[in-house]
Design a protein around this ligand. Structure first.
Ligand code: NAD
Length: 281
């Protein structure tokens, strides 16, 4: 079967360009959109993510403020900074790069962020809004998955959607968004009895398992659309996803590659959330 490669790089480029135009419009009206990026410690993976986020801000004409705190920073100190950023009217979005060092309670920090500046969409108020269909910030990776599907003209309404993974950051919000788009949604996880059987029902299969090349051809129905959220680096430093691309792709109608699929969408949707944060009253 010939399959379409869903090009996350191209789609994320379009979204960032739309953000750049909107940021420029705001600037002309006197508002400089500003994202505060807070990092505690020097986790190498976080360093890369933070650098990429700042670079995307530059591309989109969004001002980024950088707060790099030492590894031994205490919870109170971080909460104090969040309080200051919440009160600062020139700051539209606050992003605290996760994971945080062990001495800091991540939940407490997320809950301290003003819900109107919570551009990661991790605050329980925004998670609740997603659940009940109210306006709020949507986590970036799930929002990116929906944009990829829509902008690749993949119909979601009425389709069997299977999400493998139930994390608060990816699996659960993705399932809720697919449901909001009128998909018929099943969420699978590590205790799912017959994963292959369930996955094979999917017209749209989202793999957010966190295991390299876990999804092989026998998990996939002929003609399915497969979205691979996983990011892994093998022993040679090469990136791969949760999906075994070479065996799965020939069975699909469309599939996201790794790299160049969901990954670039996450940052594009962060930019989009920053723009959206200006309108939140
Ligand atoms: P996680 O570890 O929090 O969740 C993994 C989920 O997979 C769990 O809910 C678990 O129940 C399920 N699972 C694990 N083993 C399973 C099995 N054998 N059968 C069925 N389900 C199983 O991971 P996460 O934060 O949701 O991330 C998932 C993947 O996506 C990771 O590879 C991560 O690196 C990647 N990720 C990518 C982006 C991006 O921007 N592209 C963003 C976030 C996460």
């Amino acid at each position: 079967m010939s399959y379409q490669i869903i090009d996350g790089k191209a789609v994320s480029g379009q979204i960032k360009e739309e953000c750049r135009i909107k940021a420029e419009e705001y600037r002309k009206k006197g508002t400089e959109i500003t994202l505060a990026v807070v990092q505690v410690g020097n986790d190498p993976a976080s360093d890369v993510y933070v650098r990429n986020k700042k670079r995307a801000c530059e591309e989109c004409g969004i001002r980024s403020l950088s707060y790099e705190l030492p590894e031994e920073t205490g919870e109170e100190q971080l909460l104090e900074l969040i309080g200051k950023l919440n009160a600062d009217k020139t700051v539209n979005g606050i992003l605290v790069q996760l994971p945080l060092p062990d001495q800091i309670d991540e939940k407490k920090v997320i809950q301290a962020i003003d819900t109107k500046k919570d551009v990661d969409g991790f605050h329980p108020v925004n998670a609740g809004a997603l659940c009940t269909g109210e306006k709020g910030f949507v986590p970036c990776t799930p929002a990116g998955i929906i944009q990829l599907l829509k902008r690749s003209s993949v119909e979601i309404a009425g389709k069997e959607c299977v999400v493998i993974g139930r994390s608060n950051i990816v699996g659960k919000p993705t399932a809720l968004l697919l449901l909001a788009e009128n998909g018929t949604v099943t969420v699978c996880h590590s205790k799912t009895a017959d994963l292959k059987e369930v996955a094979r029902r999917a017209d749209i299969l989202v793999a957010a398992v966190g295991k390299p090349k876990f999804i092989t051809a026998d998990y996939v129905k002929e003609g399915a659309v497969v979205i691979d959220v996983g990011i892994h680096r093998n022993e040679n430093g090469k990136l791969c996803g949760d999906v075994d691309f070479d065996s799965v792709a020939p069975k699909c109608s469309a599939i996201t590659p790794v790299p160049g699929g969901v990954g670039p969408m996450t940052i594009a949707m962060l930019m989009s959330n920053c723009i959206g944060s200006v309108d939140v009253e």
